[in-house]
Design a protein around this ligand. Structure first.
Ligand code: ZN
Length: 522
């Protein structure tokens, strides 16, 4: 008997992106969308088109570019303008879905919407119909379903299916459910909604009690055939169900669930890395599936077991999720061919130009550092693939510091005029001095919200990765810099963030030029 297919609906770009500090610009969203397509997700919820022009643009571009490889979905509240805007953003995609939602729990009805049950049903039905007029693939979510009276939930679900919804998503919006309860909610719908077979049942669980994955799996057990999730479990508050955990639970316990997904699990780790890199949300070391310790069987007794038989403790193989450990791979004398092989093995496909840059960085690094690990290579690749066309480039950076001195830095940058610009500044320490000097050259002032330094691999000569988050004109910009010298790494990271802010400023100036106005419809 063929295993049931579970549709993986990824909402990293919508629910994940809405969480504080995780916002992405359009080019970053496109990069994540490309990774999701390669990972094999079935549906990409690309954003909330009416939320802002930026959201609209991102959904439209993702729809145009990737709509042939995944269903592209846009979110809409139960309002005409929302549904229309979602359609406008999605219409060019060969495969598209409008996702309409309306809260149904008594607490939301009374306090947020001020609508009674009949009004809720009518509004939901009207807006599902409006969406169906545009596109046959329509998903309806009764927001806060887990706290909605079971019989009312059945009524809403039945009527929205009647109106044409092809997927009914049951969200645990506030992370209130527990597995046995949530399983019961789905079973109740299956038993009491007469037309339930005409739609796919989906779940969308939040992790406020740490149960998002467990609740989603309980829903699958009860018959849900779509799971909404995000890479690394990103999402509002404690986040959503983690895609990698759902997928690997279904795969590892196929004996129990008898379900399959179309995810290429070997891409899980590289995708997790990419999303963490772009959003600046680091993955905790002991995170299941994609954490740095997830496959580190180091505790004495376990190690002994592992040596005797790998299966004693290892329920998944690291290579099944594309895990990159600290295996020593290359040195100074590894050639171009070996390097390209390793890059491919790590799950990256680079165009010739980017490959050449990464290879040059590798040769540079091999001069400074004896042993190069997979993690070093990943850092070099991400450092180059994250590149924006930068206005300012670092030529040199010199800093002095130490007890009894005034920490001072001198930096030289080339601007887009091709000339070298230099300035110097002081600070409480060498990093602060460098950041001040950079601001003086560029003529921008930013506030530093966060700066983190970590070693990419082991050894005193390890590559240092510096991540910064800065605030310019009320917007957050992130930058990463990788170097064996953390002062240089900090300069590169800060410069990257300032370059992004500069690019935004220029774009903003271009956008405020008057343009012919579109005729508004009443
Ligand atoms: Zn959510």
């Amino acid at each position: 008997m063929a295993a049931d297919k579970i549709t993986i609906f990824d909402t990293t770009l919508r629910d994940g992106e809405q969480s504080p500090g995780c916002s992405m610009n359009t080019s970053e969203k496109l990069e994540v969308a490309r990774a999701l397509v390669e990972l094999g997700v079935d549906v990409i919820e690309a954003g909330f088109p009416i939320a802002s022009p930026g959201d609209f643009e991102a959904v439209q571009q993702i729809a145009r570019e990737f709509g042939d490889r995944a269903v592209i979905c846009g979110l809409a509240r139960c309002r005409k303008d929302d549904v229309d805007r979602a359609w406008q953003a999605l219409q060019d995609a060969p495969q598209k879905r409008i996702h309409v939602f309306l809260a149904t729990s008594s607490i939301h009805r009374e306090h947020k919407l001020k609508m009674d049950k009949a009004q809720i049903v009518k509004t939901a039905v009207d807006m599902v119909r409006r969406a169906v007029d545009y596109c046959p693939d329509v998903e309806f979510s009764p927001e806060d379903a887990a706290r909605t009276e079971p019989d009312f939930l059945c009524e809403v679900v039945e009527k929205t299916i009647q109106a044409g919804a092809t997927t009914v998503n049951i969200p645990d919006t506030v992370g209130y459910a527990v597995p046995s309860h949530f399983k019961h909610v789905i079973e109740h719908l299956k038993k009491n909604v007469s037309n339930i077979k005409q739609a796919v049942i989906s779940c969308h669980c939040h992790d406020d009690l740490g149960l998002a994955v467990a609740n989603s799996l309980a829903a699958v057990e009860a018959g849900a055939r779509q799971v909404e999730c995000t890479v690394n479990g990103l999402g509002e508050r404690a986040g959503n169900a983690a895609l990698e955990e759902i997928v690997m639970a279904l795969k590892t316990r196929h004996d129990y669930y008898r379900c399959q997904t179309s995810i290429n699990t070997k891409k899980l780790y590289p995708t997790s890395h990419l999303v963490s890199n772009i959003t600046g949300m680091k993955v905790q070391r002991n995170k299941a599936i994609v954490g740095q310790n997830a496959f580190a069987h180091e505790a004495g007794i376990h190690q002994h077991g592992i040596l005797q038989d790998v299966l004693t403790y290892e329920i998944m193989k690291p290579q099944d999720v594309g895990f990159v450990g600290t295996n020593l791979v290359l040195g100074k004398h590894s050639g171009r061919h070996a390097f390209r092989g390793r890059v491919t093995l790590l799950g990256y496909e680079l165009d010739d130009e980017t490959f050449q840059k990464v290879f040059d960085d590798f040769i540079d690094l091999a001069d400074k550092k004896k042993e190069i690990y997979d993690q070093d290579i990943v850092a070099l690749i991400e450092n180059r693939t994250d590149e924006t066309p930068d206005r300012w480039r670092l030529v040199s950076c010199h800093a002095t510091a130490g007890p009894g001195t005034i920490p001072t830095a001198t930096v030289e940058l080339t601007g887009d005029d091709g000339k070298v610009h230099r300035d110097a500044a002081t600070g409480g320490g060498p990093i602060e001095a460098v950041l001040h000097a950079l601001e003086r050259v560029i003529g921008i002032s930013a506030s530093l919200e966060n700066l983190q330094i970590r070693s990419v691999s082991k050894g005193k000569d390890a590559l240092g990765e510096v991540s910064v988050e800065v605030l310019v004109d009320g917007r957050t910009y992130r930058g990463n810099g990788v170097s064996v010298d953390i002062i240089e790494g900090s300069a590169l990271a800060y410069l990257k963030a300032l370059n992004k802010a500069e690019a935004d400023r220029q774009r903003h100036q271009a956008a405020t030029r008057p343009e012919p106005k579109e005729t508004q419809r009443a």
